[in-house]
Design a protein around this ligand. Sequence first.
Ligand SMILES: C[S@@+](CC[C@H](N)C(=O)[O-])C[C@H]1O[C@@H](n2cnc3c(N)ncnc32)[C@H](O)[C@@H]1O
Length: 344
Amino acid sequence: MPSHSWLMLDHESPRYRLPDDLRARDPMAGRDCGWVEQMLPFVRQFSQPGETVFDPFAGFGTTLLAARLEGRLASGCEVDAGRIGLIRERLARHELAQGTTLLHGSCDALDGVPPFDLCLTNVPYFGCRWPGAPAASQLYDSQSYAQHLDGLRDVFYRVRAGLREGGACIAMVENIRLGDRVLPLAFDLARILGSLFVMEEERVLIYPHASEETDADARTDRRHEYALVFRKQRERIDLQATAELLDALRAQGHAFTLLGSFARWQQDPQGTPPADADIRADADPQRLNALLQWLRDHGFALTSWGDPVALPLHLDSYRGRYYFRADRIDSRGALVRLDICYEQ
Ligand SMILES: C[S@@+](CC[C@H](N)C(=O)[O-])C[C@H]1O[C@@H](n2cnc3c(N)ncnc32)[C@H](O)[C@@H]1O
């Protein structure tokens, strides 16, 4: 791919297009099926021949086909049994079924997703209404936007575990219009991915001709969409500013224990630099609230798994989420990151 931050797509090759008979067999008539041409530049730039490309929402197998065409191994998860069959047949017609691993189900609920080098996908849209009885975990059937985002987070959390260190996670997505409301799905997904990976860039894919794939429920007409490019890599933090923050918290009387990599690095500054400072805080809701309030007052953004945290704190709403994250980015772009554990 050239170094542009955009990619103009004006022609879908009939050779690689989802064949009409397979499209006709699909309950949604192939709606939201991406183009092989859309995926090829990303496969080429973000993986090497022989590596494995994974699609957690394998759908019609477009990503998997692009990966196999470029000599990569392909692997994918898909909750809909009919689409699993469709992918097998599509790849077999290209004589590229070998070298492809397909798993039926949602990757967060499956054991045995083999490790991979690149995650490349386009996500299911909210509000699409799957015809007939949807499979369990079918995100097209999410009952609310919040539930949809939670489902996406669960899937990408599992993606993070399977992706090799340094590998890219690329999700294609656009903001959606639902009735007369616009939902910032692309931006909400970027926030979720940002809680799991390090953002590298976004690219814009432009389709000069609007696709005919529109409907009244959820208009995702693909005039343009974003490719959100993230990496699984360690964050670089400002070590000195982080040490100063910990001192300031102690001086303010906030009780906590420093754990993990930052504590080890303070013992041995020649070791691997930590990507955050992990502390175990006093779990008393009032003291925890005072700690978070102090951080907020000193320029920190507070999140729980990518969601903003409201103060005063209602700790019961965060049971089972284990920790809060406090991030402060200064005007030079330097990051101080504190992960505040409040549960075992
Ligand atoms: C936009 S399509 C993906 C197209 C696909 N990336 C391709 O290359 O053809 C979204 C797909 O995600 C599937 N899906 C929805 N929820 C899922 C989940 N929890 N796990 C796996 N697949 C899911 C849907 O059945 C649908 O086929």
